[in-house]
Design a protein around this ligand. Structure first.
Ligand code: SF4
Length: 183
């Protein structure tokens, strides 16, 4: 559909069509974890809480998309090496942004990712509006989505490894516009 799946697979990603995720009953716990700011991204960008919106708003966003795809890749690296983790996150984000650009001509699209937006050197949050709303990536956990149960539904496990990390993004796709031909 729209050619993005093949492109992502060529780039080494696993792409799985999934049910559109819902905000988990544990979402408030996830928000409390965000507030502890162990990742250092809380309140620094429009893709993380509180800038990303309330849980009710995030749930409404999820309900507005009829289709979604999970994009995953296992990166062999030292999970304690922040530079390597950043490189892996950038790789996933950049590929998902390119995929979203391929879809956008035909249908509305939104990317959720592992962490905050990180598109600009310094985010405009909270003083100004997002500079590149089409490139913004919202936080999966900020939306209150529970990855463990999402993975379980497709027969996968959430695993921690000493020598690798598996990163995930979710691509939400809206109803195809009827003013452009479907591909
Ligand atoms: S695109 Fe730039 S301004 Fe918008 S949320 Fe991302 S980092 Fe912030």
């Amino acid at each position: 559909m729209y050619g993005f799946e093949d492109r992502l697979r060529e780039e080494g990603f696993e792409v799985t069509k999934i049910d559109v995720p819902e905000t988990s009953p544990k979402a408030k716990e996830f928000r409390s974890l965000c507030e502890k700011n162990e990742c250092g991204e809380y309140g620094t960008n429009w893709g993380c809480p509180p800038g990303v919106g309330t849980l009710e708003e995030c749930a409404g966003v999820l309900r507005s998309y009829p289709e979604s795809f999970l994009v995953m890749k296992r990166y062999a690296l030292d999970p304690k090496n922040k530079k390597e983790i950043k490189r892996a996150r950038d790789d996933l984000s950049n590929s998902c942004r390119r995929a979203a650009d391929m879809i956008r001509t035909f249908a509305p699209v939104r990317v959720l990712g592992d962490g905050g937006c990180r598109y600009c050197g310094v985010c405009t949050y909270p003083g100004g509006a997002c500079r590149y709303p089409l490139q913004k990536i919202d936080s999966i956990s900020g939306y209150g989505i529970e990855m463990e149960s999402l993975l379980k539904k497709i027969g996968k496990e959430f695993i921690f490894e000493d020598n690798a990390v598996t990163l995930s993004s979710i691509i939400l796709i809206g109803k195809a516009r009827n003013d452009v031909p479907l591909r």
